[in-house]
Design a protein around this ligand. Structure first.
Ligand SMILES: NC(=O)c1ccc[n+]([C@@H]2O[C@H](COP(=O)([O-])OP(=O)(O)OC[C@H]3O[C@@H](n4cnc5c(N)ncnc54)[C@H](O)[C@@H]3O)[C@@H](O)[C@H]2O)c1
Length: 248
């Protein structure tokens, strides 16, 4: 399938995990990708997968300068920007009473602020290309999962921002949607080890009865939202979670 032929997309956290799978799938469908990540080793490895179509920018997404640099790189290397995927997000899991200022800054810096900075930096180019933004929410935020206060608050702030941007940028033909994934990445595998009870509870409740595969189950949903196949969709939250949560 080549439904993203000649598109240029920035993927934050695009070197590993779900973001790494998104980078792979988008390039398989004909797009070029600027993958932004703090993990330099994983980034360099990702580029080797398709050196003509993947560029790597090492950077911390919580810094506004990194967002500006990523957009510059997309334009200088590939000539334009059609899509932005705000996937990276780091946070600490603790009871909310124990979360420190630093913990809150980590989650809002890498989650909410990064999403906002990348959207602002990408806006002029996305306006030219009538592009698409895909932001990341979470079922843990929708459910108010214990131990996830700083994460859940930042994720729901991202969904609020996305709905406003969908309304404000609709006239520019820029679409903004949110994906809430559920996937067995390395991060989730670690969580499975440290919180086995919670993990088994979540896995047992999924109607399709397994955690998603990032490449087969999550990245194609992102590709759909970046493509013209979803040209009449904006401001939506799509659950790619095996049917775990039914949003209304
Ligand atoms: N995995 C799941 O089941 C699940 C569930 C709900 C939501 N999500 C969301 O999906 C997205 C991807 O999740 P994941 O499990 O692949 O995450 P992950 O932690 O496995 O990987 C994220 C990638 O982002 C990079 N990264 C982390 N902090 C960064 C920073 N400050 N600057 C640049 N890059 C940074 C990491 O190096 C890594 O390559 C996140 O927004 C996450 O909250 C995931």
């Amino acid at each position: 399938m080549k439904n993203l032929k000649d598109q240029v997309v920035i993927v934050t956290g695009g070197a590993a995990g779900i973001g790494g799978a998104i980078t792979t799938v988008l390039t398989q469908r004909g797009a070029s990708v600027v993958a932004v990540d703090i993990n330099e080793a994983a980034g360099k490895e990702k580029v080797q997968e398709n050196p003509d179509k993947i560029a790597f920018l090492k950077g911390d997404v919580s810094k506004e300068s990194v967002a500006k640099e990523a957009v510059k790189m997309a334009v200088s290397k590939f000539g334009k920007l059609n899509g932005l995927v705000n996937n990276a997000h780091a946070s600490k899991q603790k009871p909310l009473i124990d979360l420190t200022e630093e913990d809150w800054s980590l989650s809002f810096g890498t989650g909410f602020n990064a999403t906002l900075h990348f959207m602002k930096a990408a806006y002029p180019e996305l306006k030219k290309s009538k592009g698409s933004v895909v932001n990341f929410g979470s079922g843990a935020a929708l459910n108010g999962q214990e131990g996830q206060a700083s994460y859940a608050a930042a994720k729901e702030a991202i969904r609020g921002l996305s709905r406003v941007a969908a309304n404000e940028w609709g006239k520019d033909k820029i679409r903004v949607n949110v994906v809430c994934p559920l996937a067995l990445t390395e991060g989730v595998a670690k969580w499975k080890e440290s919180s086995t009870v919670q993990y088994n509870q979540v896995a047992g409740q999924i109607p399709l009865s397994h955690f998603g595969n990032p490449q087969k189950d999550i990245a194609p949903v992102v590709a759909f939202l970046l493509s013209d196949d979803s040209q009449y969709m904006t401001g939506q939250t799509l659950m790619a979670d095996g049917g775990d949560i039914k949003l209304r």
